[in-house]
Design a protein around this ligand. Structure first.
Ligand SMILES: *Cc1c(COP(=O)(O)O)cnc(C)c1O
Length: 362
């Protein structure tokens, strides 16, 4: 019998979340963000299922090349642009849209691709201070690109640092619109948080990621409040049950001391599978559909839970670590992180199955 751990991917939930985003931003075209292996859901699987996306956005050019090799003809956006001359050629050959965020990229592209028709996204830094040109340089760079390259299109782009938090988007959005106000071209700014909270950010193109996968970008609003459905359910089973007497310890370091005689369930899933090692005592786990609290340290291949209140639970009982019935965001919070990290950290060795597969997606 194989280890019972599995990640099942619900492509209908993905389609549902896509539709929700589309309803939120009905006037905009959608770059579905599929970076980091489709946020851990499988790049090819989600790219094929997101049929109604207007384009797919990735970071690694290898992902873009793979998508093209599999016959996906949609626009593909390289959100960090190119890193070296070989990538510039691949970019032209596979007709990829590419971000230009630095003067080094401008020079590289000018030296190699003067005559190749290109679709570029000129990125402005609106306060994240990670990638992009400062607002004061946008007009100059825009003019330089349009003068020296043979562009198919040039789109103006920025990325919000705090659309999910208290900072909001007012200042960076105003900066962006102001810096680009005399420039021709489409505009693209909103990530999931901005799409869901700030319609004024929608503009010509939006770039949803996390919302498509059914996790909330907000600390103060759950995915179900937003109407999103979980796409990944990470599940396993109880592989052993221990009767632990009061005062005995559980797990590495003996950090957990049984406050009474208790039943402890051992579950096949550990940090090597992508379960967060920092998950705190009390982190919920579903056993046979009911919540049991995590106890003791997370091991490489196992976790332990208190089954005292679940007399029905036994070896073989089904376990959900997150997904259906247990929001990934809640588990993430208990581990001091966000759903994004848990979804993208599921280990490559974990088998993946599709529930409600492609054939069911409209
Ligand atoms: C990852 C990413 C997104 C999507 O962000 P979500 O918060 O997952 O919606 C959009 N734009 C850029 C530039 C990104 O890197």
């Amino acid at each position: 019998m194989p280890r019972p751990l599995i990640a099942s991917i619900d492509l209908q939930a993905l389609a549902h979340n896509f539709d929700l985003v589309k309803r939120q931003a009905p006037q905009s075209r959608i770059w579905a963000v599929v970076k980091s292996n489709g946020y851990g859901h499988g790049l090819i699987r989600v790219a094929r299922a997101l049929r109604r996306a207007d384009g797919l956005a990735v970071v690694d050019i290898a992902d873009a090349v793979r998508l093209r090799e599999l016959g996906i003809r949609k626009p593909i956006l390289l959100m960090q642009g190119v890193n070296d001359p070989a990538e510039i050629r691949a970019c032209a050959e596979d007709s990829l849209h590419t971000v230009i965020h630095s003067i080094e990229q401008v020079r590289m592209i000018e030296s190699l691709l003067r005559r190749r028709p290109l679709d570029v996204y000129l990125k402005m830094n609106s306060g994240m201070n990670r990638l992009g040109f400062p607002p004061s340089q946008i007009v100059d760079i825009y003019r330089r690109l349009t003068a020296r390259l043979s562009l198919n299109s040039i789109t103006l782009m920025t990325h919000f640092a705090d659309a999910d938090g208290s900072g909001g988007v007012a200042e960076p959005l105003a900066q962006f619109l102001d810096a680009c106000s005399y420039l021709q071209g489409e505009r693209c700014a909103a990530n999931s948080a901005a799409i869901l909270r700030y319609p004024q950010t929608h503009l010509d193109w939006v770039r949803p990621g996390i919302a498509l996968y059914g996790s909330s970008p907000f600390a103060d609003q759950s995915a179900s409040d937003l109407g999103l459905l979980p796409v990944m359910t990470f599940s396993s089973a109880v592989i052993a049950v221990q009767e632990v007497p009061r005062g005995a310890r559980v797990g590495y370091g003996g950090t957990y001391v049984a406050p009474r005689d208790m039943r402890v369930g051992v579950i096949a899933c550990g940090y090597a599978d992508g379960y967060p090692r920092h998950a705190a005592e009390g982190t919920p786990v579903l056993v046979g559909g009911l919540r049991a609290p995590l106890i003791g340290r997370v091991s490489m291949e196992m976790i332990t839970v208190d089954l005292s209140r679940l007399p029905e639970a036994r070896v073989g009982s089904e376990v959900v670590l997150w997904g259906d019935g247990l929001p990934v965001d809640e588990v993430a919070r208990c581990a001091g992180t966000v759903g994004y990290e848990l979804l993208t950290a599921v280990s490559a060795r974990v088998p993946v199955e599709e529930r409600r597969g492609l054939e069911d997606v409209r």
